[in-house]
Design a protein around this ligand. Structure first.
Ligand code: GDP
Length: 189
């Protein structure tokens, strides 16, 4: 356990996204640096904390609410994002429906959550690039309505989101994701 040094920030973070995109796995990777291929799904919501030292003078304690993606728990979500400083909205790069779901969460957060909430979009399972269906960025796509955003980075930029493609399995970009959230929030205060 790291000792708090200098300034201590406490952030409440909520994870949202379709079931099985890897929300719990991202938390497990971030908090315990572990990965489990056969983990059981989250029921309702799970609570974890993680303290990280951003630099010598800044410690950040995350209070993490990992919500269940199943439709039947959807009505519980406002309880978790209402007082959140940050939200990680996760999709799976191998499932296009999960990006649509992520966009609907972003819309809900932008309407209903704290106006200062920092939202990050995470395209998880980047290790499965052979099965990728959601592109990072495809310059050839003509832009029109919201439905035309089939690649994630231009959408994230347009919506004002932090954006990372992550893998809970290989740990790619997981610390980068959480550190960038820290930096964004602590620079607001
Ligand atoms: P949640 O329902 O969004 O919390 O998703 P889980 O964390 O339970 O993960 C669902 C399934 O996807 C599990 O079988 C995980 O092992 C797997 N998974 C999660 N993250 C990754 C990843 O980055 N890469 C791969 N290949 N599988 C992953």
């Amino acid at each position: 356990q790291q000792q708090p040094a200098g300034k201590l920030f406490q952030f409440k973070l909520v994870l949202l996204g379709e079931s099985a995109v890897g929300k719990s796995s991202l938390v497990l990777r971030f908090v315990k640096d572990q990965f489990d291929d056969y983990r059981e799904s989250t029921i309702g919501a799970a609570f974890l904390t993680q303290t990280i030292c951003l630099d010598d003078a800044t410690t950040v304690k995350f209070e993490i609410w990992d919500t269940a993606g199943q439709e039947r728990y959807k009505s519980l979500a406002p309880m978790y994002y209402r007082n959140a400083n940050c939200a990680v909205v996760v999709y799976d790069i191998t499932q296009s429906s999960s990006l649509d779901k992520a966009k609907s969460w972003v819309k809900e957060l932008q309407r209903q959550a704290d106006p200062n909430i920092v939202i990050a979009l995470a395209g998880n399972k980047s290790d499965l690039s052979a099965r990728r269906v959601v592109e990072t960025e495809s310059p050839a796509v003509p832009r029109g309505s919201e439905q035309d955003w089939i690649d994630a980075k231009p959408y994230a930029d347009e919506a004002g989101l932090l954006f990372f493609e992550t893998s809970a399995k290989t740990a790619t970009n997981v610390n980068e994701l959480f550190t960038s959230i820290d930096k964004t929030i602590s620079s607001q205060e």
